[in-house]
Ligand binder design. Structure first.
Ligand code: MTE
Length: 323
């Protein structure tokens, strides 16, 4: 992950506009009501080719626990300042190159050490585990942060449904590998940018924590392609690279899974990746962060402000070794 200077950052406070779609929630009551009634939206989605064709089914979902009441980052910044190396290594291009990515139909396979493996159609999954809104701080290892109204369901619910065996100690996630649809996966002049497919992992207790969500929407709509359509992980007390996008496989494993950025730079990116202002990245401090839309940096909070909820997962660990 590259550091970008302020001059490279296209987002200035003057450009920040509130998200009218989100403010006018009633416009999407019909879609929300359809979801509440359990109506099957899948047939309508079969013909969907671009984001604009999609219904906005999440406008009226319930608000979940743990939400921060901090000011939301505007919709435009959330959806145009992205890390998604399957499309591009810069932050502005994923929104452009992922515009026509077809995120439906989509199958996500739950497999490995469990008694109830299943290949889920994305809309079947959303129907089985109705999502709720979770407003979370989103902190990238590059020291910028946002506050995003994600829409998702607890990964723990899907895990329980999948009945992991006693051997399941970790959960591994994989992004789609399809260089035709994700042009950043094609080898360039200098070879491959990353060792595809993008992979991530969590320890089972982290995966079961109620803060950990499988995210299928934001700002009341289906999650835009550049943010990881149709389903991604959000673990709000960890650096953003744990939030693997466009997931096709969830696998229960006995061994700790390899995770992409740790493979890429083991001295810089660990497996745990807990937000920790006391443990610097070897090339820069992690003590402060720049909230997108704000001029002055603010101090970074331990576990991204979620210490009360998650610190006891790590009591016996030296977090400077297990970074
Ligand atoms: N997932 C995949 N498959 N590919 C990626 O390049 N980038 C990660 C993470 N998930 C990435 C990914 C990083 S470094 C960050 S900071 C977040 O996605 C960014 O999420 P956002 O673009 O929704 O803010």
């Amino acid at each position: 992950m590259l550091i970008r200077t302020r001059q490279n950052n296209p987002i200035r406070p003057s450009e920040i506009t509130p998200e009218p779609i989100y403010k006018d929630r009633r416009r999407f009551l019909a879609g929300g009501a359809a979801l509440a009634l359990g109506l099957n939206l899948a047939p309508a989605l079969a013909a969907v080719t671009s984001k604009n064709d999609l219904p906005k089914p999440f406008a009226d979902v319930a608000t979940g626990p743990y939400a921060t009441d901090e000011e939301l980052t505007d919709y435009k910044s959330v959806t145009t300042y992205n890390n998604f190396y399957e499309f591009s290594t810069d932050k502005q291009t994923p929104a452009k190159l992922a515009k026509d990515f077809a995120a439906r139909p989509w199958t996500i396979s739950v497999e490995g050490e469990c008694n109830n493996p299943k290949k889920w159609d994305i809309d079947e999954l959303i129907k089985a585990f109705p999502p709720e809104e979770r407003i979370y701080r989103h902190r990238c290892v590059e020291a910028w942060s946002m506050v995003v109204p994600w829409i998702g369901f607890e990964l723990g619910k899907l895990i329980k449904h999948s009945e992991p065996t006693g051997n399941a100690k970790f959960v591994e996630f994989e992004t789609l590998y399809d260089p035709e649809r994700m042009p950043g996966q094609k080898a360039g002049f200098f070879g491959q940018v990353l060792d595809w497919p993008y992979r991530e992992g969590l320890r089972m207790d982290e995966a079961m924590h109620p803060l950990t969500i499988m995210t299928v929407g934001l700002y009341g709509e289906y999650i835009p392609n550049q943010n990881g359509a149709p389903i991604r992980l959000i673990v709000p007390w960890k650096y953003g690279f744990k939030g693997i996008k466009s997931i096709v496989t969830i696998r229960f494993t006995e061994e700790q899974p390899r995770n992409t950025w740790n493979v890429q730079g083991p001295s810089e990116y660990g497996f745990y990746a807990n937000v920790n202002p006391q443990v610097d990245h070897p090339r820069w401090s992690q003590a402060k962060e720049r909230r997108i839309g704000e001029l002055l940096k603010r101090p970074t909070l331990m576990f991204n402000g979620y210490a009360e909820e998650v610190a006891d997962l790590y009591t016996s660990m030296d977090l400077s070794k297990h970074y």
